[in-house]
Design a protein around this ligand. Structure first.
Ligand SMILES: NC(=O)C1=CN([C@@H]2O[C@H](COP(=O)(O)OP(=O)(O)OC[C@H]3O[C@@H](n4cnc5c(N)ncnc54)[C@H](OP(=O)(O)O)[C@@H]3O)[C@@H](O)[C@H]2O)C=CC1
Ligand SMILES: O=C1O[C@H](COP(=O)(O)O)[C@@H](O)[C@H](O)[C@H]1O
Length: 496
């Protein structure tokens, strides 16, 4: 993927620079942008945290982060250029007065991006602090991390707090799945290829499966995860965003609001899950100890910091209906979980059978066409097609077999490095393109739908079903599809 350099110098202010996300993802991504010469020569990265350290000490910490999480040997030339861009500001983000110090660090003639990699509970404090220091004007952009809130009500509170100081045009709500190369490719695949564009509805498609499987557990983030659970951590944002890109109508143009208007319509058309269908259409699970990739791992309730009463779900499977013309009668099955056999995300589109069988028994036994979009790893697109087995037969019959048309990104684009999602998104913020960010109404519509599921679970006194770490989730997840005479497509890596 060729990314384009930012044309304007930018002050990129990273609140929460010592946190997990900043260390693992954001700083290494900024470093990669520097390495690819995509940061403007005069741009700066200003880390903000509450520890009182010198700029030199901060640079040392950032260097260690990049060495630890950058995934490659540190390129010293790049580091020299990058470290010259680094600056550090000590702020207690809850104390309005402490923001005055910014005046000495930011240059109002540049574009300013404030990335809030902090708990959402202090987004309002940060905006207020920046405002009291006179830093906010119409050109400043603010990036908000997900999940925004815990439910619709709390997300409205946070969005209102930020909206007091920033207009919607200045707000970039990040969902890092929207920066993944293969998720970006969904739009190209659908709207640049007439073979898909013209077959993308209830006439041709039987059902859709979206699986986002993780092999990791909660990675020492009990405090955060146990409050959130897989539904708020993954479904409310990443899975619903993927779903909207698969299901949306073609936007008139590829600008931010045209795309977001179409995604919003899909979210509005989601059939609500209530206490009458929650049992048939949802499954939630919590892992118990088991083996992942041959290694013994603890159960959810044995994780560091765990409370043994927790009923937080680490797995969710859903049957979702989109009540509109295009998708009438086409179920979308979604599943995501931690401590599954492998880290594999893919979308499988199952097409309908041909209306009439011209080929006899061998054809009847074969599954219909399937389009697999491998989001990660081994990014690519695969179509299963029916093919004649070459050769002569005494009866003259035609034997068919299932074959694959396989586009592997790593083989096809050998010379292109696949950029991390955050690299793409950070560059888009610096460039001022909101197309890959989530609008307030989308976030709130998604919460409203997810809130309905929690309400229904509560009404039914539903609790998560146990599943062994290293398996594909509770048995009920298999039953969810089996009731419809369907089965999850167990992806290639799951078989390894
Ligand atoms: N970690 C991840 O993989 C992901 C995280 N996110 C989101 O990103 C955000 C950050 O997450 P994460 O990095 O994991 O969180 P952490 O708890 O690791 O980091 C939060 C940062 O905020 C700082 N902070 C909190 N309160 C204050 C305060 N009053 N004054 C100054 N600094 C403060 C902390 O400073 P200190 O170091 O001093 O405590 C810390 O550096 C959250 O919204 C999360 O939901 C989203 C996707 C993935
Ligand atoms: O946002 C989050 O995403 C990660 C999974 O992201 P991926 O890019 O590695 O697929 C998830 O592990 C984490 O819990 C969640 O907060």
């Amino acid at each position: 993927m060729a990314l384009e350099k930012t044309s304007e110098p930018c002050d990129f202010v990273l609140f929460g620079t010592k946190g997990d996300l900043a260390r693992r993802k954001l700083l290494p991504s900024l470093f990669q942008l520097e390495k690819a010469n995509l940061l403007h020569e005069e741009s700066r990265v200003i880390g903000v945290a509450r520890q009182d350290i010198t700029n030199a000490a901060y640079k040392k910490q950032v260097k260690q982060n990049i060495e630890e999480f950058g995934g490659e040997t540190l390129c010293l030339d790049t580091w020299k250029r990058f470290s010259e861009k680094l600056d550090y500001v000590c702020v207690d983000m809850k104390d309005e007065k402490s923001y005055q110090v910014f005046k000495d660090h930011v240059d109002k003639s540049r574009t300013m991006v404030c990335y809030l990699a902090t708990p959402p509970s202090i987004f309002g404090d940060i905006c207020r602090g920046l405002n009291s220091a006179g830093i906010i004007d119409h050109s400043v952009r603010v990036v908000l991390e997900k999940p925004i809130g815990h439910d619709l009500a709390s997300s409205k509170v946070i969005n209102d707090q930020v909206a007091e100081f920033f207009s919607e045009k200045q707000i970039y709500r990040i969902d890092h799945y929207l920066g993944k190369e293969t998720v970006l490719n969904l739009v190209a695949l659908r709207f640049a290829n007439s073979i898909f564009a013209t077959n993308w509805d209830h006439n041709c498609i039987d059902h859709v499966q979206i699986s986002v499987a993780e092999s990791v557990g909660i990675e020492g983030r009990w405090g955060y995860f146990d409050e959130a659970g897989q539904m708020r951590d993954m479904v409310q944002n990443h899975l619903l965003q993927i779903l909207t890109l698969i299901a949306m109508e073609p936007p008139a143009v590829l600008d931010a609001d045209s795309i977001r208007d179409e995604k919003l319509k899909v979210l509005k058309a989601l059939r609500r899950i209530t206490s009458s269908n929650v049992q048939s259409d949802t499954v939630r699970g919590q892992y118990v100890s088991g083996f992942v990739k041959g290694k013994e791992v603890p159960g959810y309730l044995e994780e560091e910091g765990a409370n043994t009463e927790s009923q937080t779900e680490s797995f969710v499977a859903l049957k979702v209906h989109i009540d509109n013309w295009r998708w009438a009668g086409v179920p979308f099955y979604l599943r995501t979980g931690k401590r599954l056999p492998s880290k594999t995300s893919e979308v499988n589109i199952f097409f309908k059978r041909q209306p009439h069988n011209l080929f006899g028994e061998s054809f009847a036994q074969l599954p219909p066409n399937k389009l697999t979009i491998r989001l990660q790893p081994d990014e690519g697109v695969e179509v299963t097609v029916m093919n004649k087995v070459p050769g002569l037969t005494s009866s003259g019959s035609m034997d068919l077999q299932k074959s694959k048309l396989n586009l592997s990104f790593s083989e096809t684009f050998k010379d292109e490095r696949i950029a991390d999602a955050y690299e793409k998104l950070l560059l888009e913020v610096m460039r001022g393109n909101q197309a890959l960010f989530v609008r307030r109404d989308e976030v709130e519509q998604a919460w409203s739908w997810v809130d309905g599921i929690f309400k229904a679970w509560d009404a039914n006194n539903d609790t998560p079903e146990p599943y062994q770490a290293g398996t594909w989730g509770p048995v009920a997840s298999i039953a969810l599809l089996a009731r419809d005479n369907r089965a999850w497509y167990e992806s290639r890596l799951g078989k390894k």
